[in-house]
Design a protein around this ligand. Sequence first.
Ligand code: ZN
Length: 100
Amino acid sequence: MPKLDRSDFKYNAKVFEKTCLWCGTVYFASRSTAKYCSSTCRGYANQAKNSEEVLPYDETDKMISALLSENAYLKGQLQRYVFENQQLQDKLNQQMPPKD
Ligand SMILES: [Zn+2]
């Protein structure tokens, strides 16, 4: 994870405040040539160079959380239908007791 924290550096170390070219996070780097806040961002940026279709990870995170909440919603729906189905089954069994 990117850190906005100088404590990882020696007090007299040269520290460069940089903005990640991938995610836009402001971070401190020990090299003036650093471009990304983390190896994760560098990896995504390299992937994006090779393929235009790769989304920045914040977009992917949004998609994942959207899918997770949709998933949770569908699970709730499913549980409700299972419950209703069970109630209908019970009603049916009361009206038409199963023959032995
Ligand atoms: Zn980054």
